[in-house]
Ligand binder design. Structure first.
Ligand code: NAP
Length: 297
């Protein structure tokens, strides 16, 4: 239980509603910032303006998946308020104060370091990333269906990267009947792709491998689907780039060549906010409980 704990939740999309429910059920006191346009009433949960929050009494803050932008601004979907997380705000908080965010950037990393606060990046955890790959794959299938005139079954699908999302994508598209080839750079990844019964190729060979594909799904957050690669793809190829912004595709060149290329961020929040929110809510509840126990030791 989280009885007696004060948690600030700032911004975020529909996923955050499940997080709020989970933490409120565990008896935490929650200050919601950036939710005033949302009709949401829950016992133990109060909506507040950022300037009115007493951060000296807070145990932790939960930021949206994206954390802050490079100037510290927190994205608020359900509010017109402007929230900037600054050194002044964090310096009011107790020593044990923890910042929970999906991902981070240099602004947030530096801020946490300067103010000596613990920063937990939820999406760096394998458990969160693997659970989250489930709605991500479903969202990718939805986009593949929406943006092609052919079935996934029988088409040639290239998956780039065999990380936590790439592995789930490769397996599910294989199960849907696609001919799946997966590009990676580590020999253990190439071995795993072979073991999965899929076609492996080294990323050095990508120029040759794209010549017969129907769909290219990129999970590598670096420019990998560059102009030279796009130039060799069949013109009907659909590129779905699910790597974090700005993705790994030369979108300008794809457009020039008439190849449909889509950056597809936040798929779990779009296709399954409830399930994706539950994943985050469960992990956050566990982490916050562990943190409280550690403090009592
Ligand atoms: P991950 O487990 O870290 O996998 C990343 C993959 O990219 C690994 O196979 C890694 O290979 C490869 N890679 C990284 N840098 C590379 C480079 N310079 N050259 C070649 N390969 C490289 O990450 P993940 O959890 O699968 O997530 C993948 C991406 O999807 C991330 O950007 C994540 O933010 C994003 N994502 C998006 C959504 C969405 O809704 N759009 C949802 C979830 C995740 P090595 O092991 O060889 O480095």
């Amino acid at each position: 239980m989280l009885t007696g704990l004060q948690i600030a939740i700032i911004g975020g999309d529909a996923r955050q509603l499940e997080v709020i429910r989970k933490l409120a059920d565990l008896d935490a006191k929650i200050s919601l910032i950036g939710f005033e346009q949302l009709d949401f009433a829950y016992s133990g949960v109060v909506k507040e303006k950022f300037k009115d929050v007493n951060f000296a009494e807070m145990d932790c803050v939960i930021l949206p998946i994206t954390g802050t932008n490079s100037e510290g601004k927190v994205e608020l979907i359900f509010s017109n308020e402007e929230v900037i997380l600054t050194e002044d705000v964090l310096s009011e908080t107790p020593d044990y104060f923890t910042i929970y965010s999906g991902i981070s950037n240099s602004y947030l990393d530096t801020l946490a370091k300067k103010t000596n606060k613990r920063l937990v990046k939820l999406f760096e955890r394998d458990d969160v990333a693997i659970y989250n790959s489930i709605p991500t794959v479903e969202g990718t299938i939805m986009m593949a269906i929406q943006h092609t005139e052919f079935t996934i079954h029988g088409s040639t699908v290239m998956v780039l990267g065999l990380g936590r999302v790439g592995m789930s994508l490769a397996r599910v598209f294989d199960h849907l009947g696609a001919n799946v080839k997966v590009g990676a750079r580590k020999s253990e990844h190439l071995a795993r792709i072979t073991e999965m019964g899929l076609t492996p190729f080294h990323l050095d060979q990508i120029d040759q491998e794209v010549k017969d594909i129907d769909i290219c799904i990129n999970t590598i957050p670096h420019l990998i689907v560059n102009a030279s690669v796009i130039q060799k793809m069949p013109t009907h190829t659909l590129i779905l780039d699910i790597a974090s912004k700005p993705g790994g595709t030369d979108f300008r060149y794809a457009e020039k060549r008439g190849i449909k290329a889509l950056l597809a961020p936040s798929l779990p929040g779009i296709v399954a906010p409830k399930s994706a929110g539950k994943i985050l809510g469960n992990v956050l509840a566990q982490l916050i409980e562990e943190d409280v126990l550690k403090r009592k030791e």
